[in-house]
Design a binder for this molecule. Sequence first.
Ligand code: ARG
Length: 474
Amino acid sequence: MTMQEKKIPKEVRDEKLWSGRFNEPVAELVKRFTASVEFDKRLALVDIQGSLAHAQMLAACSIINTQDLRDIQRGMAQIENEILLGEFNWQLDLEDVHLNIEKRLTTLVGDAGKRLHTGRSRNDQVATDIRLYLRQAIDEINLHIKSLQTALLELAEQHTHTIMPGFTHLQVAQPVSFAHHLMAYFEMLKRDAQRLMDCRVRVNRLPLGAAALAGTSYPINRELVAELLGFDGVCENSLDAVSDRDFAIEFTACAALIMVHLSRLSEELILWMNPRFGFIDIADRFCTGSSIMPQKKNPDVPELVRGKTGRVQGNLVALLTLMKGQPLAYNKDNQEDKEPLFDTVDTLTMTLRIYADMMGGITVKPEAMRNAALQGYATATDLADYLVKKGLPFRDAHEAVALAVRHAEQRACDLSDLKLDELQQFSKLIAEDIYAVLTLEGSLASRNHIGGTAPNQVEAAIARARKYLSIVIE
Ligand code: ARG
């Protein structure tokens, strides 16, 4: 009997799969501190998927025999079943998802279970799991983005002629259509989806085979594992394979940016729902009341989206900070990548799902939008452009219109309410045809080029967007 066996009873040594060289059991508090099973058990199914591919490769390369492979497959099928039924007995003492599953496999199938970890380390195993998990998450998130884009499109289609003030500095600037405003968010989401697809390219590489850090001495076939798991290729440096979390950072950056876009839209919804604007109403199911003020209907969902954006940004900073001091290769620090990543996926997924539904339930109030556009001299630029087209240099036109606006302000009326002779005080170039230019409709119609707010241009943009969605959804 060795010293070690005398000190620690066999049950204690057995409980950890790596405790062979230790002289005393790990302290209770340390076990809790180092365990990740509480949160990484959500990787269970991809962990099994990765293990099955690894085992299949080991058998194909004659590193284990086919009976071992069959035993592993049988055991894993049962474990998967137990997990899906919620009957799997997760043990904190077994530290993480990987050791929990491996231990159960060994209990079920004996030595074959003990052979599974040949040529592999938890370091390349966990990196593989996260990539499999994230690849699936990206695909699901992209579908949610498309649903939100569809909801935006459907709303935009009804409002190519609904005129609202466009703002700069949150002051009335120029009239735009509500559809045009909504389509700006469509564009943002389109870039967001493209960014995610680009990130997916780098997620979709196989770390397995890197083993602990240096590779393995067994005659493995990494390409086969990559193929079995649907990866586009293998990570080409073993040290990088086990330590790299760029893909998680990239994904979280993409997610943070999506949240920023939705946070901006939220801010607008909140403003628009305020009675001072009164542009829209949000369906009751997305709002709450106040326990003290009976008149209140609060836009809780957009407010929370704005709030949760901070949390996703925090997750990005957490991941960047997690990595910045780490020497190669794997360090236990990396275990901290999961909670920010999972939280990002959950927050983003929920936000997108609820947003698609909420945009479908918005009531638009075109009259209020129109009145607001009529109030802020939104067509002043159109008057200046009119003068320029009649030969006045733009700066002089700008000055003339500024004086006209001041005059209208003193009279508390709109530019279009001024009589022709009044307008002509500011420039002799102004003629009767100015009234067509000063209307909101005239202003919109004149911005008739790709990207402009003219209704026919926005209709064309919507048609392009429809086509884009039909291609990416397939
Ligand atoms: N639970 C660990 C993690 O999430 C798995 C890898 C542990 N590797 C190790 N050598 N301790 O990172």
